[in-house]
Design a protein around this ligand. Structure first.
Ligand SMILES: [Zn+2]
Length: 191
């Protein structure tokens, strides 16, 4: 089926949710110009999948893949990239406080202060990447099994090429498009 009109994201969302039951019934689709392409709500309890009007230029399969990718973030209970830096700060806080109370030595204090940005950097850089790969796999498996697309990696490539060409790539750290496509090719296409 091909959707030509302005509402094609809405129609594809309905198709995935109502007909195919691949997107949970409590999920809601919302237009937002504050996000770059697609995004699941910050707190997963809110159950919103946002999309930017620019994604209307994508073909139907790419939109399916992207919506299912966002559903994957909900299904895999991924807390979103904001929470990891937050957790790392919370985790470092008791350590910081005890170090300051126990050691008047400034070397310890400097080390403890340096741990915070380091933890922040590590969690910012690496944790979200696992989430992205997992959600790509979630989408790729469904597209392969239910839409009989033999090479979901090509759909992902098409979607990412479009999104990155428009400069509307995600601002939070994501694995490179090449690595994402390769991962799906190795794990899903060639299976
Ligand atoms: Zn994602």
């Amino acid at each position: 089926m091909d959707y030509q009109n302005q509402n094609k994201v809405i129609q594809i969302f309905k198709e995935l949710q109502k007909d195919k039951k691949m997107i949970a019934s409590q999920r809601v689709l919302e237009l937002s110009s504050n996000i770059s392409s697609f995004k699941s709500s910050f707190f997963k309890l809110k159950n919103i999948i946002y999309y930017n009007p620019s994604v209307l230029g994508l073909d139907d399969d790419s939109i399916r893949f992207c919506l299912l990718h966002e559903e994957g973030h909900f299904v895999n209970k991924q807390f979103g990239f904001y929470s990891f830096p937050l957790f790392s700060l919370l985790g470092a806080a008791p350590f910081l406080i005890t170090t300051f109370l126990l050691h008047s030595n400034s070397v310890y204090q400097i080390i403890s202060i340096l741990i915070v940005p380091f933890a922040f950097f590590l969690s910012w850089k690496f944790f979200p990447q696992f989430d992205e790969y997992k959600s790509d796999e979630f989408a790729a498996i469904l597209v392969k099994e239910h839409y009989l697309r033999k090479k979901p990696s090509e759909i992902l490539k098409q979607a990412l090429d479009f999104i990155y060409a428009k400069g509307s790539f995600p601002l939070d750290p994501h694995p490179s498009p090449e690595n994402r496509v390769k991962s799906i090719k190795d794990k899903i296409d060639d299976k």
